[in-house]
Design a binder for this molecule. Structure first.
Ligand SMILES: Cc1cc2nc3c(=O)[nH]c(=O)nc-3n(C[C@H](O)[C@H](O)[C@H](O)COP(=O)(O)OP(=O)(O)OC[C@H]3O[C@@H](n4cnc5c(N)ncnc54)[C@H](O)[C@@H]3O)c2cc1C
Ligand SMILES: Cc1ncc(C[n+]2csc(CCOP(=O)(O)OP(=O)(O)O)c2C)c(N)n1
Ligand SMILES: [Mg+2]
Length: 598
């Protein structure tokens, strides 16, 4: 349905009149205005988007207010990633706005990325007018159908009177239970039509959606008994601890018990990496001590972690030894999905850990100190192999690990956020930047989406203007959303890009070296742009760093340029590989530790 200009002007005039009237809760408002009021009521301060025909009424309503900042990205994928980065760093729901058809299809990768890592988002998409849906109308696509498998929930709003309620539900679903992205598809006529707005709903009622928060006390008690009787206990935690804001509880638990703890890629920062009880990341590129402890423990407490295949390796190998597994997760479908567990506890990690801590305090038994001492001795034996050692003193070529380690040394006490893209550089960032605080390490784990790093960084910088934001990337990944350098300039979100430029799709090259007998099929990155000039062309500062001795001065110089986006093109060793590495199909203790193992 096309809406004539005259029709629109009179509706807009009426709407602006109603806006001028005292803040009565009962007003006739256009759908677009109801949407903006809903976002305001949800406390949204910024959203990322890209306009098009189907969302122009929404853009018009945004134009007429000033409490929400709209950030015009250069590609819809980046809008969703920026909102996702914002959500990961702040714990709030991120919001993105895209037009119908290609706007929505461009957003799909962003939505799937957030979905796989359980990130709360509300993505608003325009749709062709209701009368035209299903007629192959201009820029029509089946948004609900396309996004169904990659959202926690989606809505098509067919009646403007449902809009405020739908928005309330969308935010509620996105942030409660196991978080996730929710898409709200709004046909153009719904954003134009008017309805009586009686205020934003205070409550949500959904009979079929009631996530369990409190864990079953009997199950928690069983867990307690197993934990206190353990000889070789181990605490394995993941993204759920960060998503559930339960880091303090985790720290209390680990410190009370004195047990070793490990994190998945998505859990880093939940427990301070600089504490001896932390064994490093586990999994495909985990440390010897973290992986060996996983295999050899007798009681495993899994908290907000989903036994991903990159974490347990070959499931048969993992299950070939006897151990009791306790699993705390808010989503019952995560439990016993990949490995069978002995004590399932469905509930919110904060609530369950609080109850477990209270029970430990009341318990008369204490952990078996002698057994624990022996377990720690074994672990220290593994740790003494120093599996993350590398050629630190190399003076002829920049080792990528050295760049990350230097950055960590310089910023460990600073208010810094580290985003990454996907590839070898991501693993080196996870291994060598030792995260002591939660929500400081922002990356894509489950989908492993190249191109997230820069949009993540700019999303965070907008919300945290006083913080330093670094994007550790590769020359392959950065090119997937490099256009966002323009957004960084327009919205004054100065970030520091640390590109570990090995001239290869390094992670692919590594797999080809190890699994495909060195047949490097399409993994060499030729014809790279001059990144220094490219950065300058976007109005930023570019730096080329080719010698190890220049790494630290370059980072120092870049940090001094507080108000500028700086692109650091570090020419790193093209042949370096990520170790330890568990090859596909192998058990997690069957690690390659270095080039000598190849
Ligand atoms: C190149 C590459 C290499 C990788 N290598 C590794 C590796 O070596 N090691 C590694 O660990 N990962 C690695 N990954 C990441 C891996 O693919 C998975 O994304 C990751 O392991 C999953 O982490 P998680 O188990 O913490 O799950 P998440 O996806 O973070 O899941 C969180 C779990 O917590 C639950 N949850 C959410 N909120 C709550 C709450 N409030 N209370 C209770 N439960 C809650 C959810 O239901 C879910 O089950 C790699 C990824 C890439 C791209
Ligand atoms: C969108 C997307 N396409 C392809 C891949 C597969 N992939 C994983 S890592 C990688 C190479 C990344 O290269 P680069 O960004 O240069 O990082 P490096 O591994 O060299 O550090 C590729 C192609 C992916 N993860 N995401
Ligand atoms: Mg590369």
């Amino acid at each position: 349905m096309e809406i004539s200009k005259a029709e629109y002007s009179s509706a807009a005039a009426a709407a602006s009149q109603s806006k001028a009237s005292p803040a009565s809760a009962h007003q006739e408002l256009m759908g677009s205005e109801i949407l903006v009021k809903s976002l305001q009521a949800e406390g949204v301060k910024q959203l990322w988007g890209y306009p098009g025909g189907a969302v122009l009424y929404i853009y018009d309503a945004l134009y007429k207010q000033d409490s929400i900042q709209h950030v015009l990205v250069r590609h819809e994928q980046a809008a969703v990633h920026a909102a996702d980065g914002f959500a990961r760093a702040t714990g709030e729901v991120g919001v993105a706005l895209v037009t119908s058809g290609p706007g929505l299809t461009n957003a799909v990768t962003g939505i799937a990325t957030a979905y796989t890592d359980s990130i709360p988002l509300v993505v608003i998409s325009g749709q062709t007018s209701t009368a035209y849906i299903g007629t192959d109308a201009f820029q029509e696509c089946d948004t609900v159908g396309i996004t169904r498998p990659i959202v926690k929930h989606n809505f098509l709003v067919k009646d403007v009177r449902d809009l405020a309620d739908t928005m309330k539900k969308a935010f509620h679903i996105a942030r409660t239970g196991r978080p996730g992205p929710v898409v709200v598809d709004i046909p153009k006529d719904v954003s134009f039509k008017k309805a009586l707005y009686t205020g934003y709903p205070e409550k949500v009622e959904m009979r079929s959606y009631n996530p369990v928060r409190k864990g079953h006390a009997g199950q928690i008690r069983k867990a307690l008994q197993l934990l206190l009787a353990a000889k070789r206990p181990y605490i394995y935690t993941g993204g759920g601890v960060l998503l559930g804001n339960a880091c303090n509880e985790l720290r209390t638990l680990v410190d009370m018990l004195g047990y070793p703890v490990t994190h998945t890629l998505l859990g880093l920062g939940a427990y301070p990496a600089s504490d001896r009880k932390f064994l490093g990341m586990l999994g495909m590129h985990g440390t010897i001590e973290a992986n060996n402890a996983m295999q050899n423990c007798d009681v495993l407490l899994a908290v907000g972690a989903r036994f991903d295949d990159r974490v347990i390796g070959n499931p048969k190998h993992f299950m070939s030894v006897e151990r009791k597994i306790i699993h705390i997760d808010i989503d019952p479908s995560s439990i016993s999905k990949r490995v069978k567990v002995d004590v399932p506890i469905v509930g919110d990690v904060k609530e369950v850990l609080t109850e477990l801590i209270a029970m430990i305090r009341e318990a008369t038994t204490r952990p078996d100190a002698a057994a624990l001492g022996q377990w720690w001795e074994t672990i220290e034996g593994w740790r003494s192999r120093d599996c993350l050692k590398y050629d630190r003193g190399n003076t002829s070529v920049i080792k990528p690990q050295y760049v990350v380690e230097t950055l960590w040394n310089m910023t460990r006490d600073a208010d810094a956020y580290i985003t990454s893209d996907v590839g070898q550089h991501q693993m080196w960032a996870a291994q060598y930047y030792r995260f002591d605080e939660p929500r400081r390490w922002i990356n894509s784990g489950g989908l492993g989406t190249m191109g997230v790093g820069l949009p993540y960084a700019m999303g965070i910088k907008l919300a945290k203007p006083e913080s330093e934001v670094f994007c550790i990337t590769g020359e392959g990944s950065i090119q997937m959303n490099i256009q966002e350098l323009a957004t960084c300039l327009q919205y004054n979100t100065p970030v520091k890009v640390v590109s570990l430029n090995n001239r290869y799709l390094g992670m692919v090259r590594q797999w080809q070296e190890i699994e495909y007998s060195g047949r490097y099929s399409s993994s060499y990155m030729d014809s790279l742009p001059n990144f220094v000039k490219l950065a300058e062309a976007y109005g930023h500062v570019g730096m080329l760093i080719e010698r190890p001795e220049d790494v630290e001065p370059a980072l120092r110089e870049a940090r001094k340029l507080k108000d500028r986006t700086v692109f650091m093109d570090f020419r790193t060793d093209p042949t370096e590989n990520v170790f330890p590495m568990v090859q596909a199909g192998r058990g997690i203790t069957e690690m390659l530790l270095g080039a000598d193992d190849l």
